[in-house]
Design a protein around this ligand. Structure first.
Ligand SMILES: [Fe+2]
Length: 446
């Protein structure tokens, strides 16, 4: 190894302590520092090496995300919660290191925060037959796969996904977080609860604990739920589902608080949505990159900022995890019903463009106190509500300021010649509360 390569490698392997020392540097005067309480950023699913279907890959999305998050008040740390790479290949880790080592992504004169990385299921793909992905991760990033840190007097636990290998293949990620990791988590939770009574404990794991926040029903795993459930002060941050953070159930409080941190690669959608609404386009899902910034407040509450890092826009409102952290003040619970239902503006009406036996139904977006998730569009016979044809459309709430004001759905080759038809549109919110329908004028198809 020549001297330059050696220095480069050494610099990166020692990056975390270097970054930590850099925290003592004086921040730029125009940015408000966080003097005594932690403020940290959380992202996941960067998927370095993934081929984007619309030509915007991790080498664009991750720098943009870091620039957005680092351009606000300085953070004490950044947690990158798994699926760092698409496959765990050397070239993908090289890309990751080049982006996270890029000092220009942090505003001039601001300290580079320490980065805490952990492994997700994708970081194992390359290793389906040979090698040790955990060892490789440590060699590449200079970090242990599981870590315990104390930042400004608050405890942080990170755990990496560890599938076991059977017959040359990794087992289903849903069964992951094996015995040594569970032991590490249990021991560190005990230490944190003993050393920091009354304070929240921040836990980071790629796959969400099962049946907690949005995304955890179809994408969660049960293996660590029973460990976490002993500690109502736990706040978990997870990715894996890629589900959007703009969805109000991306935070859920049951026996502890679970938060979905979204994805930097692309947004996901529920299997239920797929059947109910249909598939969003590649262009829709690829233009979504998200992350969180978390602030511990002076009164003990924890405030969570959600960021659209594609557009540099904050998704409001901010969430509060209220002190005392004993479960007595949980408000983001399963009991939320999301009422009132969404509503269209007075006089709103779908317009229908007919072309032979096909038609396109255009309609304005409805409003909701949180989000309109999607629309169900049906063709009915005049005087009936029975759907003869059915389709759906996402509101594209995850595009924030770029969310279109008007949407349309097409019905091709509809075999309903001569029938007096009406297009009927219903809006649904994140809890499946339904709006009153809006109806088009009567039309007929050829
Ligand atoms: Fe992922």
């Amino acid at each position: 190894m020549d001297k330059r390569a050696f220095l480069k490698k050494t610099l990166f392997l020692t990056a975390a302590p270097l970054f930590a020392r850099a925290l003592n540097a004086k921040p730029a005067p125009n940015i408000v520092p966080t003097p005594t309480l932690p403020r940290f950023a959380v992202i996941s699913d960067t998927h370095f090496g993934r081929k984007s279907k619309v030509g915007i890959d991790a080498m664009v999305k991750v720098p943009r995300t870091l620039k957005t998050l680092f351009s606000k008040a300085p953070v004490d740390a950044l947690f990158v919660v798994g699926d760092l790479t698409d496959n765990g290949r050397p070239d993908e880790y090289r890309q990751l290191r080049s982006v996270f080592g890029d000092r220009t992504l942090v505003p001039h004169k601001l300290p580079v925060p320490p980065f805490y990385f952990m492994m997700g299921n994708h970081d194992y793909h390359h290793f389906s037959r040979d090698g040790d992905p955990a060892k490789y991760f440590t060699e590449q990033l200079g970090q242990e796969i599981n870590q315990y840190a104390v930042i400004k007097g608050y405890p942080f636990i990170t755990i990496s996904l560890t599938p076991t290998r059977r017959g040359g293949k990794w087992t289903d990620p849903k069964n992951c977080y094996d015995a040594p990791i569970r032991k590490f988590l249990a021991e560190k939770l005990e230490v944190a609860s003993r050393d920091f009574p009354g304070k929240p404990i921040f836990v980071f794991c790629h796959i969400p604990p099962s049946n907690t926040c949005y995304g955890s029903v179809s994408w969660g795993m049960k293996t660590i739920n029973s460990i976490l459930e002993k500690y109502p002060q736990v706040i978990t941050f997870s990715g894996h589902s890629h589900f959007p953070v703009g969805h109000p159930r991306s935070i859920q409080q049951g026996k502890f608080t679970a938060v979905n941190d979204g994805s930097v690669a692309y947004t996901g959608y529920e299997d239920y949505d797929l059947k109910h609404v249909g598939k969003p386009t590649d262009a829709e899902v690829e233009r979504v990159t998200e992350g969180l910034i978390v602030n511990v407040l002076g009164n003990g509450d924890v405030e969570i900022e959600r960021w659209d890092t594609f557009r540099d826009e904050e998704i409001l409102p901010r969430w509060l995890v209220k002190a005392p952290h004993d479960g007595s003040r949980f408000t983001h619970t399963k009991e939320r019903k999301g009422l009132p239902a969404p509503a269209f503006a007075k006089g709103a009406k779908p317009s229908v463009t007919v072309s032979g036996d096909s038609c396109t139904v255009a309609f304005p977006q409805a409003k909701d106190d949180e989000i309109v998730l999607n629309y169900i569009v049906t063709l009915v016979e005049e005087g009936s509500a029975k759907a003869l044809k059915r389709s759906g459309k996402y509101s594209q709430f995850y595009w924030n300021s770029e969310m279109p004001g008007q949407l349309s759905v097409s019905f091709a080759k509809v075999a309903l010649p001569g029938k007096k038809l009406i297009a009927r549109v219903i809006a649904e919110d994140a809890y499946r509360n339904k709006s009153a329908p809006i109806l088009s004028d009567v039309f007929t198809l050829g």
